[in-house]
Design a protein around this ligand. Structure first.
Ligand code: ADP
Length: 989
């Protein structure tokens, strides 16, 4: 304002000057305002060594931190000084070059601002010339590009990062400019195609890199959709590289539209080959595993149905391995040929092929497959395993690749699985090989289990056959046994009855021989039957109380006679047999010991047989050990080994000399084992043998059981048997003892007879003896009928059967019988059974009465004490008689002949002896003379009337008469039977 006033004041004088100044000022202001609005430094500087700034615009402060004044006309702190020392020379050279070329320059360099920070600037300027074309100064414009520069360098960094990433990720970029009709491929896209870096892609041919067929079709479809509909895509396809390799790529693309028109299509292109192949392989492997799992649980496989499994497998091979042909070959039994069991052809299904490959025709092939479990043949024309097939098989069928798995389990070669690729080669992969190998194992195990099944089936059939045979055998034996025993019963029974009659000595001897022959025949039958029973596991054991000392004593006594005849001594050593009261199966023990003892006696010609028995405590009860030692012929070591096997006699000559079936010891072994024991032997040829049998027993109760005397005269017995001889034998045996016997020839008659008794108000029979096999109603049925009737149900029943077959005693016990005896039955056993059953007044629960049970019972002792004078010269007879008398609880004084008897008697008081048992035949003085002497008073009057019972081997009527004539009171015929001895004694004490 002040200045304006002044200007106005001098207006007139200096108007034109003022006007000029004013104009200048305006121009300056305009310049300043313009410059102030330009976002950069406007400068003018000298063109010399110093580059001193003549003018700097206000923005200098903003860019450099210095005011324009600080830097103008300042040689010390020139603008040039701010330039980064590394840029100075380059910038100066460039500017000078441009000045020289009379061009404007454009350079970028770094400045250090007042704060010391680095700033990027863009300097654009030009030289100003005078009329002489000399540079007077330089004008220019400096723009701060720090920010832009930083952004760019970030972009560059990211660019290079992207490039390296795209290289690493094998991912490239492409772009189609539709307007310009150009195609751009980044370097990586070219690398993926195995093309050189300078390759120029062409829009029309680029698509041909995609594999012909579905892949090429797919990409062109997707491209067209992008062009027309703007759809983007992402797809995995196969290309064929420049080198002809197949490669999996991932192509992604999208279209850009402008004004509704597609101007650009661009996207990425990635090499995913390795990954894709892995993925496909793993997919395949999953598919294989799934298929294998399905096959494993398929019902065909579970049931080992080989034909169906074979079909299932070859079809799976075709489907899952994607081959055109799949085959299964199976070896023949001799492993020298294979036949085609199953062939599946894609598009045709199962095809019948009765082809057989013989090892003789294809030796190389057979050798190769046997040496290799798995053979993967990528090119069949060039493989040792397939050369033999090229002409006739591979070429005609156009087979290119084969995968081959050998089927074997253990050492057995079973067959071959074969997958064939037709038309094009295939490189078999690991997972395909594994899959086929697994299928081979599956087929192998199915074949094996099928064979196992077949074998099991065969075994089953064999077993059924064997069982049938065993049933037939046991039926045969039962029938045989019945057929033989029935007449045997008649023979033995009649013989026993004959023996009861007064007989001449010669007849008695003959009857005796017949009886013993019949007994040995029965022994043979019993042996065979026992052996079959043992073999079939049909032997039932009894478990009853018995006295072991008595048992052994009786067995020894039974053999005493034979031994005596041979001049052999039987010695009993029972001191360690404690406790003697045991529980077990005395019948079977008797059988074992009898066999051992009779063998010992049989095979010993002189010396002795020692029976020693003892009881050992073992973990589960007691072990009853019996040793039978003889001084006989002995058995050599070699022969000992097979002694316990059936039908093995030491040699044929033994059989000729001694007879026998060779079953005895085999049965003994089976019986001992059945009784949880064993049997063994030590022997030396010529010296003798020792057999040791051990049997498990338990301690029996101490209560002694007796067979009480029964007055059989009061007994009414019903005998039911369809066999007439049997009826006669049994009735006569019983009647001999005074029983009243009524006979029925079948079950119906028996029932009628019982009914009649009731109707007639008679008492029921005391006991009924039934046969088993009868026409119409058998013994068991009759038993049931009787037991069902109130009036007869308490009548004791005895089963007496000649069918000593496989059915055991248990069956009869279950049916309700009180006793069971296989025929023939000895009179003594029968009487004993009747005694036991009918005397059971206390209704004790008795076990089924069998001969085993009876033999376990002690015969009743004499009612009163007795002292017997036994007059006997024979050593064995002395022993046997002594044993029996002791059993009856008698005291014994022995005299060896008649004279001794007279002498002994004379030394004792009256009543000292109750009875004299007098043998008849004796040296020095026989029994007749001795009796006469006693009756005569030679032993003193006090003994004149002493009771004398004759012991005579001759039961002829004349002998008996002779005994009575000599003054004897009674007589006993030898061999003496305990029961009869007891009976006789009881008459006199
Ligand atoms: P067998 O019924 O034929 O006697 P065993 O099985 O009882 O059948 O005996 C078989 C064979 O063993 C006899 O034939 C005989 O050769 C031999 N043997 C058995 N015991 C004796 C023994 N104590 N001394 C000699 N040999 C014996």
């Amino acid at each position: 304002m002040v200045r304006q006033k002044r200007m106005i004041g001098t207006h007139l004088d200096i108007t034109s000057q003022k006007h000029t100044e004013f104009e200048l000022q305006i121009s300056r202001d305009r310049f300043a305002s313009l410059v102030a609005n330009i976002p950069g430094i406007i400068y003018r500087c000298t063109f010399d060594d110093t580059w001193v700034m003549l003018y700097l615009s206000e923005q200098t402060l903003e860019v450099t931190g210095y005011t324009p004044d600080e830097l103008t006309n300042n040689k010390v702190l020139s603008f040039f000084c701010l330039m980064h020392k590394h840029d100075k020379t380059e910038v100066e050279i460039e500017i000078r070059k441009c000045i020289q070329a009379k061009k404007s320059w454009s350079v970028e360099y770094r400045l250090i601002d007042k704060s010391g920070a680095l700033r990027w600037v863009h300097d654009r300027g030009q030289a100003i010339y005078n009329a002489k074309n000399e540079v007077i100064y330089l004008d220019g414009f400096i723009l701060d590009i720090t920010e832009r520069y930083n952004t760019q360098s970030e972009i560059n960094r990211q660019q290079s990062l992207l490039e390296s990433m795209s290289k690493q990720g094998r991912i490239g970029a492409w772009e189609i400019n539709l307007k310009a009709q150009t195609l751009y491929w980044s370097d990586e896209v070219k690398v993926i195609h195995e093309l050189p870096a300078d390759y120029k892609p062409d829009l029309t041919t680029a698509i041909n890199f995609y594999k012909a067929g579905e892949h090429r079709e797919k990409i062109s479809q997707l491209f067209n959709k992008a062009l027309t509909l703007g759809e983007s895509w992402s797809v995995e396809l196969i290309i064929l590289t420049n080198k002809g390799e197949e490669r999996w790529v991932k192509s992604m693309g999208q279209a850009e539209f402008k004004n509704g028109e597609c101007v650009r299509v661009y996207g990425s292109f990635q090499n995913i080959d390795a990954h894709k192949r892995l993925e496909l392989e793993s997919e395949k492997s999953n598919r294989y595993n799934k298929n294998l799992a399905q096959l494993t649980i398929a019902p065909e496989v579970q049931n080992s149905n080989v034909t169906q499994v074979e079909k299932l497998i070859v079809k799976s091979m075709c489907d899952v391995l994607e081959v055109e042909r799949a085959k299964l070959w199976i070896f023949n039994d001799t492993s020298d040929a294979m036949s085609c069991h199953s062939l599946y052809i894609k598009d045709q299904g199962f095809v019948e092929l009765s082809e057989v490959l013989h090892i003789a025709d294809y030796p190389d092939y057979f050798q190769f497959i046997r040496e290799h479990n798995l053979t993967a043949i990528n090119d069949v024309t060039n493989h040792p395993a397939t050369t033999e097939f090229i002409k006739d098989y591979i070429f005609p069928l156009n087979i290119k690749s084969i995968l081959h798995a050998f089927i074997s389990i253990g050492n057995s070669e079973l067959g071959v699985l074969c997958a064939e690729k037709v038309g094009q080669h295939h490189n078999w992969t690991q997972s395909e090989e594994t899959y086929l190998r697994s299928l081979a194992t599956l087929v192998g195990s199915t074949l094996v289990s099928q064979r196992r099944k077949e074998i099991a089936e065969e075994l089953k059939i064999a077993l059924i056959k064997a069982e049938d045979a065993a049933i037939v055998k046991s039926q045969f034996l039962a029938t045989m046994s019945h057929e033989i025993r029935t007449p045997m019963n008649g023979v033995l029974g009649m013989l026993e009855l004959i023996q009861l009659e007064p007989l001449s000595k010669s007849i008695e001897t003959k009857v005796g021989i017949a009886k013993s022959s019949a007994h040995s025949l029965l022994g043979v039958i019993n042996d065979i039957l026992d052996f079959s029973k043992a073999e079939a596991g049909k032997i039932e054991l009894e478990n009853i109380n018995f006295n072991a000392k008595d048992l052994i004593g009786e067995i020894a006594a039974a053999q005493a006679f034979t031994a005596q005849e041979k001049g052999i001594e039987i010695i009993l050593d029972l001191v360690r047999l404690e406790p003697a009261q045991l529980c077990g199966d005395p019948g079977r023990i008797r059988q074992v010991l009898t066999n051992l003892l009779s063998n010992a006696v049989k095979f010993t010609n002189e010396g002795e047989v020692v029976i020693s028995a003892q009881i050992n405590k073992v973990e589960k009860g007691l072990a009853f050990q019996i040793k039978v030692k003889d001084s006989g012929i002995g058995i050599n070591e070699k022969k000992q080994q097979k002694l316990f096997t059936p039908f093995s006699q030491v040699d044929a000559s033994t059989t000729r000399e001694y007879g026998g079936t060779g079953l005895g010891l085999a049965i003994c072994k089976q019986l001992c084992e059945l009784m949880n024991g064993s049997i063994s032997l030590t022997s030396e040829a010529g010296t003798g043998s020792e057999f040791t049998a051990t049997i498990s027993v338990t301690q029996g109760d101490q209560k002694e059981r007796y067979i009480h005397k029964l007055d059989i005269k009061n007994l009414s017995v019903l005998v039911v048997d369809d066999n007439k001889t049997n009826r006669i034998v049994i009735s006569q045996q019983l009647e001999h003892w005074g029983a009243q016997v009524e006979l029925a020839s079948d079950a119906y008659e028996a029932l009628e007879m019982c009914e009649k008794r009731i109707n007639n108000k008679q008492t029921m029979y005391d006991i009924a003896v039934l046969d088993m096999q009868m026409p119409g109603m058998d013994g068991i049925a009759l038993c049931k009928a009787l037991k069902a009737h109130n009036d007869y149900k308490n009548m004791p029943l005895v089963m007496m059967t000649s069918i000593a077959g496989m059915e055991g005693a248990q069956r009869y016990s279950d049916a309700g019988f009180q006793a069971y005896f296989p025929k023939p039955v000895t009179t003594a056993d029968m009487i004993s059974a009747l005694c036991v059953i009918t005397n059971n007044k206390h209704n004790d629960v008795l076990p089924l009465v069998t001969s085993g049970y009876i033999s376990s019972l002690r015969k009743e002792k004499l009612q009163r004490y007795a002292h017997i004078l036994l007059v006997e010269d024979n050593l064995i007879n002395q022993r046997v008689s002594t044993l029996m008398l002791k059993k009856l609880n008698c005291d014994i004084t022995l005299a060896e002949n008649g004279q001794q008897a007279v002498d002994i008697l004379s030394k004792h008081e009256d009543g000292y002896f109750n009875v004299v048992l007098m043998d008849c035949q004796m040296p020095v003085m026989d029994g007749f003379d001795a009796t006469a002497a006693i009756r005569n008073g030679d032993a003193g009057d006090k003994h004149k009337d002493i009771k004398i019972i004759a012991l005579t081997a001759n039961a002829m009527e004349s002998d008996k008469q002779r005994c009575f004539d000599a003054g004897m009171d009674n007589y006993l015929s030898k061999p003496i039977q305990l029961a009869i001895l007891k009976d006789k004694l009881e008459q006199y004490i």
